[in-house]
Design a protein. Structure first.
Length: 414
């Protein structure tokens, strides 16, 4: 009996030695870390929406490579609104209920966003929007019983026009050969274009303005000859078209076709087609924008974004919505880090306090009230001109990269 007990004891001792020396103990796996989910809605068939989403992806990749936020990775879920209000609203609902995102970001078209606002309000999650510049959107947000959860980074249309009125006054004073007494505005018939025309008439009070709508190529249009002929008959000092990037080439080709070359030829799409600056028709076209590739020479953040974007995607940013999408994610991440939580109240308070001295768009960013809402970010844009394939900054003068070409060259001289 004693011998049997001894043998059992020896066997147990040998077994424990084997476990210690040669047999690994079972390792308990750590439960997966739940990501912080950002839900974005962009028009992905358009370069503006596609590059905006790329800017967001770049920011998410950089943040996750640095360890994430609060020890958690960011997860970006992007849905296509197809420039359709119904599709855009359904995308918000799916992001909220199926993907259960924590924060909404993105956006571009005002008409789409007007349909999204009731769905966003129903869910009440923190939203940081970078598109939808129409004052009609601002009014719709302000009419909600509670809109503390809503942050808007893109300047409203009236803020853009206020800035360009200031800019044109400075340009006319510095370059007296440039006149701005008569203006013709051709505008796409949706909320974006119609609001831009109305605001222009209100704020350019000392300028004689005529206007006419057109159907954008985005919505099946593309023949601008009638509105261009009416503009030519008006004989303006400045011709302005308000539309989208698919309208740009057609607008220039058809203007050349009818021999319309006003002293100032200006387009205001949210983005421009890739390679637009390489065609002779683009030379000396004026434009408005929150950003120019040439700012990489004066802004460290803009330079970092420019080269990182090219390295990751193998193409150059062609629209200011690319760096704006990047800023969208960086701003949200800074707010979460500052709040230390995703709880709505503390996160809203933290986002209000986020300050960036420099951003990928080349401008500082702070949050302050606009006319109607509590949380507005950027408030103005630059006046630029296509020169030699580059978007040169004409105004503000403190960041100017070139002097203007004036007047708009005749078509036969190109």
């Amino acid at each position: 009996m004693k011998k049997g007990i001894l043998l059992i004891a020896v066997a147990l001792l040998l077994a424990s030695s084997l476990v210690a020396v040669g047999c690994p103990r079972p390792v308990l796996e750590e439960p997966p870390v739940e990501p912080i989910r950002l839900g974005a809605v962009n028009p992905l068939g358009d370069i503006t929406g596609r590059q905006s989403a790329q800017g967001m992806k770049l920011a998410v990749a950089e943040i996750n490579a640095a360890g994430g936020i609060l020890g958690r990775p960011l997860e970006l879920i992007v849905m296509d609104d197809e420039f359709s209000p119904a599709v855009g609203a359904a995308a918000i609902e799916k992001l909220a209920t199926v993907h259960e995102v924590d924060i909404f970001i993105g956006g571009m078209a005002s008409g789409v966003h007007l349909a999204q606002i009731p769905i966003l309000a129903k869910h009440g999650r923190v939203t940081v929007w970078i598109g939808a510049a129409s004052h009609l959107v601002e009014a719709a947000i302000a009419a909600l019983p509670d809109h503390d959860w809503y942050f808007h980074l893109h300047p409203w249309d009236y803020q853009q026009v206020e800035g360009t009125v200031e800019g044109w006054a400075a340009i006319v004073e510095k370059f007296p050969q440039i006149r701005l007494d008569r203006m013709f505005v051709a505008y796409e018939e949706g909320a974006f274009g119609a609001a831009g025309f109305a605001i222009s008439r209100a704020l350019f009070a000392d300028v004689t303005i005529e206007g006419e709508s057109f159907t954008s190529a985005v919505f099946g249009g593309g023949d601008f000859r009638a509105v261009l002929r009416h503009a030519k008959e008006f004989n303006p000092d400045a011709f302005v078209w308000v539309g989208f990037d698919p309208d740009a080439l057609g607008m220039m080709v058809q203007a050349k076709e009818i021999g319309f070359a006003p002293p100032v030829f200006l387009g205001t799409p949210p983005g421009w087609p890739v390679g637009f600056g390489e065609i002779p028709l683009s030379e000396a076209v004026w434009l408005y924008g929150m950003w120019s590739p040439e700012l990489k020479g004066v802004s460290p953040e803009a330079a970092h974004f420019w080269w990182a974007f090219i390295e990751k995607f193998g193409e150059e940013p062609a629209t200011y919505f690319a760096p704006l999408g990047y800023v969208n994610v960086k701003f949200v991440a800074a707010g979460i880090e500052r709040a230390g939580t995703l709880e709505r109240g503390p996160l809203i308070e933290a986002l209000r306090e986020v300050r960036f001295e420099d951003t990928a768009v080349g401008w500082p960013l702070t949050i302050a009230p606009s006319r109607l809402i509590r949380h507005q970010g950027f408030t103005r844009q630059m006046i630029l001109q296509w020169q030699g394939g580059r978007q040169e900054v004409i105004w503000p003068f403190e960041v100017a990269t070139a002097e203007p070409i004036f007047p708009f060259p005749r078509w036969e001289d190109r």
